[in-house]
Design a protein around this ligand. Sequence first.
Ligand SMILES: [Zn+2]
Length: 138
Amino acid sequence: MDFQPCIVNMYVMDAAQAWFVQGKKPEAVLNEHHRVGAHTDIYVFEPNDGAKRYIWSHSGRRPFGEPAPLQCVICKSIKSWGPPKVVRSSPAHALCIILMCTECGHEVKKDRPSGFTKFTSGKINTTERGDWYMQMLV
Ligand SMILES: [Zn+2]
């Protein structure tokens, strides 16, 4: 993780406005803040609703919140991943993301961790906006 205070600040300002002015939960503005998800997960603690972790996922850059490897472990090529293959149970639910090295064909598979619920509505977003997932912690 590479925490970026200036990006997180924009999220916190929007989350505070959503909470105090509009009466919405802080996670209601996550869809507009994919950039913060590229750098950190978001944790929300509520007295009556438990603790939740929000994880940003991008199929090519950060499958299920875990950064894609910079280097292929077999041929040592840098950033050699082709377009990711998303194995889905439905248009909105990814089960597995597969990255394949364009130089040697080596595959890296990332299964969706158990307990990850897709928070972003609609189909899996393969654009730069990606998707948010939620994990209950307590
Ligand atoms: Zn390779």
